[in-house]
Design a binder for this molecule. Structure first.
Ligand SMILES: Cc1ncc(COP(=O)(O)O)c(C=O)c1O
Length: 365
């Protein structure tokens, strides 16, 4: 006989990450370089400044990290003009989503999100035995009006990933301002801006305004994307100190490693790396759009992030498998209810060409 887990755990399907290169090489025995365009990582790698900071911290790894992430919070405070008491660092922004669910969701409470949004909030709500209220997207992005209408007295959290993963589209400043003006005060609105540093559009919301207006928001950012530190796991959130205090109660001690803290502080100083990454991403997306337009029966969305959502006329699993056989790892998005689509991260120019060449071979040009 085995110990019995909580009943609601049974139905949970764990998060399925993009396949690591090592696994594909092991499983398929592929010779030659395999490229990964599956997890929206920065193809330029970490900033050189972050790497130097990492080297400096290596001899200190026998010490636990500073639990309060003092330096990183001070740096973020100066960068964003937000009080350090309003900043929480996490083991990736995914941990901060989980902390919010742990801190706020009683069994039967509701979490409202789009049906196609990033998976973690859905999983965390299930862990908490909360009721997930999924709202269909409208024209490939959040239907904020309908999300607002879905809020009840039991709603504790609304989760909005902006850009939405895996679609790459955004809700505009105007739309989000209107939503935030009407959202009831008992609701914590999580605005997940994992890809915001890639965005230069004036239509993109300035979500710190909501924090400055004392709204109940948790604004999430990460070092996993433009800063190229996904392997170290570090993300951060802005919220009123009362909210940060609640999240702090369910936080694991020392959740952000000494290495992660040092690298993140240095990465924030490397503006050049961010600009280069953004420029390469823009050029890569333009290349994708140009090439994808030439293909028959292929639909794609213009993306504000560092990945492109591509929908085919057929089940995407076979296309995924064929690309993988050619050493190109992409991402199916079936669990996001898109059985015919792939999400493809923008790589280096060489990687992008390799993906397009492989895709032409697979689907015909
Ligand atoms: C919208 C969104 N939020 C959060 C994350 C997770 O980021 P982190 O690596 O900081 O946990 C991702 C990762 O792909 C994402 O797409």
């Amino acid at each position: 006989m085995l110990p019995v887990p909580r009943t609601n755990i049974e139905g949970i399907r764990p998060y399925k990450p993009g396949k690591p290169i090592e696994q594909v090489v092991r499983e398929l025995g592929i010779k030659g370089p395999v490229i990964k365009l599956a997890s929206n990582e920065n193809p330029l790698g970490p900033s050189p400044r972050a790497l130097s900071a990492l080297r400096r911290v290596l001899p200190e790894l026998h010490y636990y990290p500073e639990d309060s992430c003092f330096q990183l919070r001070a740096k973020l405070s100066a960068t964003y003009k937000v009080d350090p008491e309003s900043i929480l660092i996490g083991n990736g922004s995914a941990e901060l989503i989980m902390m919010a669910c742990l801190a706020y969701l009683e069994p039967g409470d509701e979490l409202v999100m789009s049906d196609h949004s990033f998976m973690m909030a859905r999983i965390d709500a299930a862990i908490m035995n909360a009721r997930l209220v999924e709202v269909p997207t409208l024209e490939y992005t959040h239907d904020l009006e309908r999300m607002l209408a879905s809020i009840t007295s039991r709603t504790k959290i609304v989760y909005i990933d902006n850009p939405i993963n895996p679609l790459g589209t955004i809700v505009t400043k105007e739309a989000l301002n209107e939503f935030m003006a009407k959202v009831p005060e008992h609701v914590l609105v999580i605005i997940d801006e994992a890809y915001s540093e890639y965005i230069t559009s004036r239509d993109y919301p300035k979500s710190l305004d909501y924090y400055n207006q004392n709204k109940s928001v948790l604004i999430l950012h990460t070092f996993s994307k433009v800063y190229g530190l996904a392997g170290l796991r570090v993300g951060y959130g802005f919220a009123r100190p009362e909210i940060i205090g609640c999240l702090g109660k369910v936080r694991l001690p020392f959740d952000v490693s000494r290495a992660a803290q040092a690298a993140a502080v240095a990465a924030l100083d490397d503006k050049r790396h961010v600009v280069r990454s953004r420029q390469m991403n823009e050029a890569g997306k333009e290349f994708f759009y140009r090439e994808l337009k030439k293909l028959n029966k292929v639909f794609f969305l213009k993306s504000f992030a560092n990945f492109v959502f591509i929908n085919f006329a057929v089940d995407s699993q076979e296309i995924f498998d064929e690309l993988q056989r050619r050493g190109v790892i992409t991402r199916t998005v079936k669990e996001y209810k898109f059985p015919n689509a792939l999400r493809v991260s923008v790589g280096t120019p060489t990687e992008n060409k390799r993906f397009i060449k492989a895709l032409c071979e697979v689907v015909g040009s």
